[in-house]
Write a protein that binds this ligand. Structure first.
Ligand code: PMP
Length: 382
């Protein structure tokens, strides 16, 4: 495509033309019946995506960080203590949020590129009690997928509320709200759901709503879920103007998610991630994340010796593909390739070809066609 780039960062991800067309529909009143119906459909489809029969969905203008804040500020009060399980940059953000609200925090952290072992969580939980435990399904800085189901098993039957950040997972990796016993699943539209950014998404269990109701107030106004609850139960009501176009686009994105079906969608993410990794390895590239915890939604790729981060990403961009740089301790040492949302074999081939050409341009020997051949053998199931 002329003057079009393929955005392959770990969010925002490419937005399907059907979703873009929905975004471009005329802005209407937030109480127009047709909009209210779209809003209602988005709420129902979000709950289905999170595999819950009864949890309360919330869709509020903002970003994933607002969804994190909504979870924390409604469920933990200043002076109370939470446990934060962190695999890196975005896990640590919960600790920063807690500090901003005077909530005490115990942090159990892994080395970057590894997941926190459930045994470490078990150790923290024994003899301690917390208001809530936060977990990050996929840390977008490190490419690590956490063993969330195993953490949840440890929390079964306990009083701690279970808060899961699914921003870099929801829509691409299985997440079972009811079965795992989650209390909040918070997420964003701009990653594996494939919609444009602009809304904070979360689901609250009945237990979590009860805990909020038991508090007379929380240190928030816009982020107080009790102000939003009537709107989420009847989207024709008003509290603060919803982002009409983004919600219509989200509804279109969620329709696509359910047309594909969750098992097929998760299997596609798994297949595409394996195809990308086979292709990257065929180019002699190594991955940063430990093999036992690599997320299906992105890959963190180590730079070959002698190749500078900026130079490589510039070459890749010159071939029409945008990838992201490393964050924190791996800045300048790795690049991050998003492979989630509404992408398929075409994107795999385009991206691998762009990386291969870029490496050659920088003097790294890369066998022409080797990456795409390795990826295709996985995509075709051979
Ligand atoms: N959590 C995770 C795992 C993320 O990847 C991100 C965004 N990269 C966030 C939270 C924050 O979301 P946002 O940038 O939309 O505020």
């Amino acid at each position: 495509m002329i003057n079009e780039t393929l955005t392959m960062i770990p969010g925002p991800t490419p937005v399907h033309p059907r979703i873009l067309a929905a975004l471009a529909r005329p802005t209407v009143s937030h109480v127009a019946p047709a909009f209210v119906e779209e809003f209602r459909a988005a709420l129902v489809d979000l709950r289905t995506l999170c595999q819950s029969a009864t949890a309360q969905p919330f869709i509020v203008a903002g970003s994933g960080t607002l969804a994190m804040e909504i979870a924390l500020v409604n469920l933990a009060a200043p002076g109370e203590r939470i446990l934060v399980i962190s695999q890196g940059y975005f896990g640590d953000r919960f600790a920063e949020l807690a500090a901003a609200f005077g909530i005490h925090c115990d942090l159990v952290r892994s080395e970057w590129g590894h997941a926190v072992a459930p045994a470490e969580v078990a150790q923290r939980l024994s003899g301690n009690s917390y208001t809530a435990v936060t977990m990050t399904h996929v840390d977008t800085a490190t490419g690590t997928a956490a063993p969330v189901e195993a953490y949840c098993e440890l929390l079964r039957g306990r009083d701690e509320l279970v808060i899961l950040d699914g921003v870099c997972a929801t829509g691409g990796i299985d997440e079972r709200f009811d079965q795992w016993g989650l209390d909040v699943l918070l997420t964003g539209p701009q990653k594996a759901i494939g919609a444009p950014p602009g809304v904070a998404l979360c689901l609250f269990s009945e237990r979590a709503l009860e805990r909020r109701r038991a508090r007379s107030s929380v240190p928030a106004y816009y982020a107080d879920i009790l102000r939003w609850l009537p709107i989420m139960q009847d989207p024709g009501r008003y509290f603060a103007t919803p982002c009409v176009n983004e919600i219509v686009a989200l509804a279109a994105a969620l329709r696509i998610v359910h047309e594909e079906g969750l098992p097929a969608r998760f299997a596609r993410h798994d297949r595409i991630s394996r195809a990308f990794r086979a292709g990257l390895e065929a180019l002699g590239l190594a991955l940063f994340t430990a093999p036992d915890c690599r997320a299906a939604t992105l890959s963190v790729v180590l730079l070959p010796d002698g190749v500078a981060d900026a130079a490589l990403r510039k070459e890749i961009a010159a071939r029409g593909v945008v990838v992201a740089g490393g964050l924190g301790p791996i800045a300048g040492k790795a690049f991050r390739l998003g492979h989630m949302g509404n992408i398929g074999a075409g994107e795999v081939a385009t991206v691998l070809t762009a990386i291969e050409g870029s490496l050659r341009a920088l003097g790294v020997s890369a066998k022409p066609g080797a990456a795409v051949a390795a990826a295709s053998s996985i995509l075709s199931g051979k």
